[in-house]
Design a protein around this ligand. Sequence first.
Ligand SMILES: NC(=O)c1ccc[n+]([C@@H]2O[C@H](COP(=O)([O-])OP(=O)(O)OC[C@H]3O[C@@H](n4cnc5c(N)ncnc54)[C@H](OP(=O)(O)O)[C@@H]3O)[C@@H](O)[C@H]2O)c1
Length: 447
Amino acid sequence: MSNEEAPIQQQQPEPEKTPEPAEPAPGPADEVQRSAAAPSADHAEEKSHTFRALVLTGHGGYDKIKLQVKTQMMPAGSGEVLVRVKACGLNFADLMGRQGLYDALASPPVTMGMECSGVIEAAGEDVVDRKAGDRVIVLSSSGLWQELVVVPADQTFLMPDAMSFQEAAALPVNYLTAHMMLFEMANLRPGKSVLVHMAAGGVGIAATQLCQTVGRVTVFGTASASKHEVILQGGLSHAIDYRTKDYVEEIRHISPTGLDIVLDPLGGSDTQKGFGLLKPMGTIVVFGAANCVTGQKKNLLAIAKTWYNQLSISTLKLMQANKSVCGFHLGYMKDLALIRNTMETLLGLYVQGKIKPRIDSTYHFEEVADAMRRMHERQNIGKVILLPEPKKEEEKEEEKEEEKPADVSAGPQEEEEAKPEEVKEDQVQEEKDGKSCTGVRNKKEDN
Ligand SMILES: NC(=O)c1ccc[n+]([C@@H]2O[C@H](COP(=O)([O-])OP(=O)(O)OC[C@H]3O[C@@H](n4cnc5c(N)ncnc54)[C@H](OP(=O)(O)O)[C@@H]3O)[C@@H](O)[C@H]2O)c1
C-alpha cells in the first residue's frame, strides 16, 4: 500500500533528536532559530519553554515531517518578540519544500512554516511598538510551524480587531503575492482582463478578490469543476475546468483578442500558452512551477517536462511582441519596506470588508499529512490552516463517532491518540521512529 492510500493514523509527538541548527535560509527565519537555539549569558535567568514543532527531517513523502516536542529557552532579544502561535498557513511551497523542490527552504532538519498568527508573550527591551498581549500576524521564510516563536518585531503586523487568528494566518503569503503581482508588476487598472490559474486556491482567491477592488476587471479562472460554483460566487467572471477543457480555446472563444494579464503559477507549457494569450502590451507574471508536482513524492519526469517546456524568448522577440514577462518570488523579496506597506494596504482592505481570506479547512499539527494531502489531491477551496494546539479529546471522540460503522462489532480503530511527551531542558533524546503522518479524513470547515 502506498502512503497515499495508507489508513487513518495520527502522528504522535516525539522528543527532539538534536538541537536544530540555525537555518541558512534567506530572510528572517534565521533569526528565529538562532535566538531560540543559542540563548546568551544575559538570559541565563530565562526559564525554558516546552513546545511542539513540525520539523522537516528529510526530503520525500508525508512521513518526513515529524511532530517534535522541544524544550529550550526562548528569550526575546534586541528587536525581537516572543509569540505564542495560534494558527499557521499551509502553502503550496510547503509541499514543494517537503519534496526538496523549494530553494528558499534550508536543508533538513528545519522547522517549516512561512506564516502564522498569535499573541505576543514578551518583547525585547528596545521594542517600543509591540507589547505583551498584542495579536499579530508573522511572516518569515521558515520556522513558524511551532507553538512558540521568537521573531524580529518588524516582521509582525498588528491584527485588526475583527480578524480571527485563522484569517490572519491565511493572509500574508497569498495576499502579498497576489497584490504585488497585480499592482506592482502588472499595473492592474479598470477595464483589464486577467487569467488566474489555481483560482480556487489561496493565491487564486486572493487575486480574484483584489481584482474586484478595481472597477470592471474581467477575471478568468482555471479550477477543478467541483469548485466553480464557489469561485463564481466569489467574484470570478469565467470559470474554466482545465481538466476537461482546453482553457486557451475557452478564453479565445470569450475574448478573441486575448488578455491583459496572466498570472502563471504552473510553469512549463502553461507559460508558453499564457504568453500566447497576451494582447499587445500585456504582462505575464510567472510565480510558480506547480506542474512539477504530481503527488506526494518528487516526480523527476514531471520536473524534466516542465523544465524542457518552459518559455524561452529573446529580448528582440519580446520587443517585437510588445509584451512583458515578469518573475515574482516572495521568498526572495528583500524589500521589507514594500512588504510592510503592502501589508498595511491589505489590512486596510480587510477592515473595509473588501478582502476576506477563505478558510478551507483546519488541521491540528499532528494531522499535517492530512492537511498536505488535501492540497496534493486538489480538494481545497481557499486556505488550509494548521493549529499548533493538540486536538481535544472531545474532537477525537466526535470523529470516532462519525467514523463508526453501522456494525459496531467491526474491527478496532486504527487511529492512535497523540500524547505529548515531556522532555527536560537541554535534554537530547534519540528520535523515536516517527509514525508516518498518514490518512485521517478531511474535516472541511467551509465558511
Ligand atoms: N512566487 C511566490 O512568491 C509564490 C507565493 C505563493 C504561492 N505561489 C505559487 O502559487 C501557486 C498557488 O499556491 P497556493 O499556496 O495558493 O496553493 P493552492 O492554490 O491552494 O494549491 C492547491 C490547488 O492548486 C491546484 N493545482 C494545480 N496544480 C496542482 C498540482 N500539481 N498539485 C496540486 N494541486 C494543484 C488545485 O486546484 P484546482 O485543481 O482546482 O486548480 C489545488 O487544489 C503555487 O504554484 C505556489 O507555488 C508562489
